[in-house]
Design a binder for this molecule. Structure first.
Ligand code: SG4
Ligand code: ZN
Length: 259
């Protein structure tokens, strides 16, 4: 949980020691920690344009809303090949739409998309990779309020069908790359962790510099429709503010692909 008697995220390390350990995410990107790296090449994807004959599964897992991805979807531009497993979101609430996990110069964005991949050169699946230091690569997109985004609506349109924990629905294939900003060459890169328990320090993070716009109505659909609880629960718990606080970033640097 992000709130509650157990201290919310402050209580995570008791049951999940890695959450109190090193290389934790998310972090703030401010000028003191940024270092230009000319070797960071544009992110290259393969198989992201999925035909409408294929299907994704959208699930309310009680912490977020996640969509399964296909094993044919790959990141090609990293030293190992990484295969897509799922994508999910983090967001705030209707009064304070500051729900991104990563921040830039201390500033929160409205929400954040994470596309989780595992190192398929070395591991058979996400489960086997998630506790390995070279196991995961997450692509992150910062979301800000602006114009209506038809690509994001291909997911948000189905949120009504997964209002409660453990509900699932199918989404026809679409071009998942259209969820990313146009500039795949400008990003922040660092080694960090899963932002939820068990907080394994296994993630190579790529956070795109340019945010993507979604409309306020679209964001509200995410913020108001979902519950952490099952339909028969007498005290429904809204799924809001499912972002982790900024973590300490001592003696680490963030590589940036842009000047
Ligand atoms: C969310 O809770 C996802 O629903 C989880 O996905 C995900 O765990 C977790 O966030 C941490 O991922 O990119 N924010 S993050 O660091 O991908 C994993 C599932 O539970 C292992 C499948
Ligand atoms: Zn995430």
């Amino acid at each position: 949980s992000y709130i509650g008697e157990d201290g919310g995220e402050k209580g995570w390390p008791k049951r999940f020691p890695f959450c109190g350990g090193a290389f934790q995410s998310p972090i703030d990107f401010h000028s003191d920690v940024l270092q230009y790296d000319s070797t960071l090449s544009p992110i290259e994807l393969q198989g992201y344009n999925v035909s409408s004959g294929e299907q994704f599964v959208l699930t309310n897992n009680g912490h977020s809303v996640k969509m399964s991805l296909l094993p044919s979807m790959l990141i090609r531009s990293l030293p190992s090949q990484y295969t897509a497993a799922q994508l999910h979101f983090h967001w705030g609430n209707r009064n304070k739409q500051e729900g991104s996990e990563h921040t830039v110069g201390g500033k929160h964005f409205a929400a954040e998309l994470h596309i989780v991949h595992y190192n398929s050169d070395r591991y058979p699946d996400l489960q086997a990779a998630m506790d390995k230091s070279d196991g995961l690569a997450v692509l992150a997109v910062l979301l800000e309020i602006g114009s209506f985004n038809p690509s994001y609506d291909k997911i948000f349109h189905h949120i009504q069908n997964v209002k409660y924990k453990d509900q699932e629905t199918f989404i026809p294939g679409f071009n998942v790359q259209a969820l990313l900003p146009d500039q795949l060459d400008e990003y922040f890169r660092y080694e960090g962790s899963l932002t939820t328990p068990p907080c394994f320090p296994s993630v190579l993070w790529t956070v795109f510099r340019k945010p993507v716009q979604v409309s306020e109505e679209q964001l509200l659909a995410l913020e108001t429709a979902l519950f952490c609880t099952q339909p028969d629960d007498p005290s429904p718990l809204e799924m809001v503010n499912n972002f982790r606080k900024i973590q300490e970033f001592d003696e680490r640097l963030v590589s940036v692909s842009f000047r």
